[in-house]
Design a protein around this ligand. Structure first.
Ligand code: F6P
Length: 495
């Protein structure tokens, strides 16, 4: 589709690129998190989608161009629905691609996912002042799990040609293993989280092996250019390799890896359409009734409960806001939707408790007979519910301490076809580079954050509309089909 002189990517244009660049090769996506989980609910089996940026972005891509998605089968009913090759067709309402499940033992999940990936690499890459924990036993299992995934991927490719698109920090070693066994296949990897500066990365005891693993890729993508530069800088100081700053690539032992920024995005049109569905208006009325919001101003936050998301800082700013501007007591309610995440890790459990207690304290301090300042709903909401919350909000707050991209900010913008609503966005997210018409904040600067909440609630309608219109243009153009199309297009530059 073309808008003026600008091309707007959609499913069809992505399909064309896939046909031209991938052709007959098998298109295989690998991630830890699966896009659909099957879970028992009593005797019934339900299919649910997890709260995950990887899934939000890649499910529309696979729906558009088909392929095979290899992922950890983590639902308790996952084994019930697969065929003899551990495959199931998804999405359930209209199968468009194959989900190939990889089974992990409890011990493997504990060490590879909770351990090395999320207690080690996650805090290493996010500047949120949580110390990474590096445990040799976890690392050993992490390596084995990368090998296990490689076996499944190679089995899916068979003897044919393939293009493998690996996701994220769970698979630092996978691409190298794949290329060693099958040098003819093309392998790209997308690193969804920030890449730290070399000083921070230095503390990882297996840094060199990780870097060698990532250089197994033909194409290695990050969210923003700054993360690419951090990566090249880390390579330069850590292992022997030649960096070509002209081509933005690394050459090691005769093999080249292109390093590129590709900001990930959302399916703008789909969200825009759902937001305009009359069912959404009904849902908003229902939520307002149940939460007794009346005609109060409403703020919304949508996050996995993770210390990187700055929820404690957000509540702190809300406290300061009510303290400074008591005229809003009883007139503004903040709804925090929080999906429980990685709760078996100690720091996550502690953060969950802290958020809960903070909410109780703030509510105790300010509540009136029929109003409380913060409503915390700890559960996972489906896309349609979320869009109703986004549409209902006068302000959406994203206050991550550090975030590769943050798709909540983009979803909020995509759902505001009415050009209403204000986005308060942390400067420390990848999306702040594109959404410059949001009210940008430093989540650590509590007073300024509190004043920005006030500013958002008092912003004149014309200014809101102007800002929102501009942000919508940006996300409409830089949608997830463009993201995938550009990455696949980049493959032509490979030797
Ligand atoms: O940001 C990295 C990421 O993998 C995202 O895709 C996703 O939002 C989140 O982490 C999901 O975490 P998990 O799969 O551990 O629940």
């Amino acid at each position: 589709m073309r808008l003026g002189l600008k091309m707007v990517w959609d499913k069809e244009s992505l399909k064309e690129v896939v046909r031209a660049k991938i052709g007959d090769r098998k298109f295989i996506v690998v991630s830890n998190r699966e896009p659909y989980l099957h879970v028992f609910q009593g005797d019934e089996i339900r299919c649910v989608t997890p709260p995950s940026g990887v899934v939000t972005a890649l499910d529309p891509v696979l729906r558009a161009c088909g392929g095979i998605w290899v992922a950890h089968g983590s639902g308790d009913a996952d084994k019930e629905v697969v065929d003899s090759n551990d495959r199931v067709q998804v999405p359930p309402e209209g199968p468009a691609y194959t989900l190939r499940r990889v089974w992990l033992t409890k011990e493997e999940e504990e060490a590879y996912y909770y351990g090395f990936s999320n207690e080690g690499l996650w805090p290493l890459c996010h500047i949120a002042f949580v110390r990474p924990i590096f445990n040799e036993a976890d690392w050993t299992v992490y390596r084995k799990v990368n090998e296990k995934f490689a076996e499944s991927v190679l089995r899916e490719i068979g003897d044919g040609a393939g293009f493998v698109f690996v996701q994220d920090y769970h698979f630092c070693l996978l691409s190298k293993i794949l290329k060693e066994k099958r040098p003819d296949i093309t392998v790209a990897q997308f690193w969804h989280i920030p890449w730290p500066n070399r000083e921070a990365f230095r503390v990882c005891p297996w840094g060199e092996e990780i870097l060698r693993g990532l250089l197994g890729n033909d194409l290695l993508c990050f969210q923003i250019r700054y993360h690419c530069q951090n990566f090249l800088d880390t390579i330069e100081r850590t292992i022997e390799a030649k960096i070509d700053y002209e081509r933005f690539s690394v050459i090691r032992e005769g093999k080249e890896t292109l390093v590129r920024p590709f900001p990930i995005s959302v399916d703008f049109e789909k969200i825009n359409q759902i937001a305009q569905d009359p069912g959404c208006d009904e849902e908003i009325k229902k939520i307002k009734r149940i939460l007794r919001l009346k005609n109060r101003l409403v703020g919304v936050g949508v996050d996995r409960i993770d210390y990187t998301k700055g929820i404690v800082e957000r509540f702190g700013a809300l406290d300061r806001f009510f303290e400074r501007y008591p005229e809003y007591l009883g007139h503004f309610t903040f709804i925090q939707l929080g999906a429980i995440s990685r709760i078996r890790i100690k720091s996550y459990k502690e953060w969950n408790d802290e958020i809960y207690h903070l909410m109780i304290d703030i509510n105790e301090k300010y509540h009136t007979r029929d109003w409380q300042p913060i409503i915390l709903q700890k559960s996972h909401f489906g896309p349609k519910d979320l869009i109703s919350y986004y549409r209902m909000a006068d302000v959406c707050i994203v206050s991550s301490l550090h975030d590769g991209m943050n798709l909540v900010a983009k979803e909020f913008v995509a759902s505001r076809f009415d050009n209403n609503g204000v986005l308060i966005l942390s400067r420390f997210t990848g999306s702040a580079r594109e959404l410059i018409d949001a009210l940008l904040i430093n989540p650590f600067a509590t007073d300024n954050f509190a004043d920005t909440i006030k500013q958002s609630l008092e912003m004149p309608a014309e200014e809101k509309a102007k800002r929102m219109e501009k942000m919508r243009e940006v996300i409409k153009e830089n949608n997830v089909y463009r993201w995938a199309g550009k990455i696949i297009g980049e493959l032509k530059k490979l030797a």
